[in-house]
Design a protein around this ligand. Structure first.
Ligand code: FES
Length: 110
């Protein structure tokens, strides 16, 4: 079971930037690309570097973790460059009334 939770005001996230939020105990990285907001797990799947601190958006649709150079497609979480081999978890995101909402599992039901 999961539900949308308010994360941030849309204005808090700049185009091309990465912002970490914690909702229901999950660390989620939010990205704004061409005005749309996307969410992935905030920790790189290779060796747990923070993507807020060590990630950068590249080629308009990927996040690169500068710890060891892995890349992931932001919309799908798929690995696009080693050394990471495990995709990032992705989250459904919606913008409503200029606020960003993220669908997260209900901690009481997981
Ligand atoms: S921790 Fe991200 S590439 Fe190694």
């Amino acid at each position: 079971m999961s539900e949308f939770k308010r994360a941030i005001a849309n204005s808090e996230l700049d185009e091309g930037s990465i912002l970490a939020v914690r909702i229901n105990g999950e660390r989620i990285a939010l990205y704004k690309i061409a005005g749309e907001v996307y969410g992935t797990s905030e920790m790189c799947s290779h060796s747990d570097c923070s993507l807020e601190d060590f990630g950068k958006v590249v080629e308009n649709d990927q996040v690169e973790c500068i710890c060891h150079g892995a890349r992931f497609r932001i919309k799908t979480g798929e690995v696009t460059r080693l050394p990471a081999e495990v995709p990032l978890k992705t989250y459904s995101v919606k913008i409503d009334n200029d606020e960003v909402w993220v669908r997260v599992p209900d901690p009481a039901k997981t």
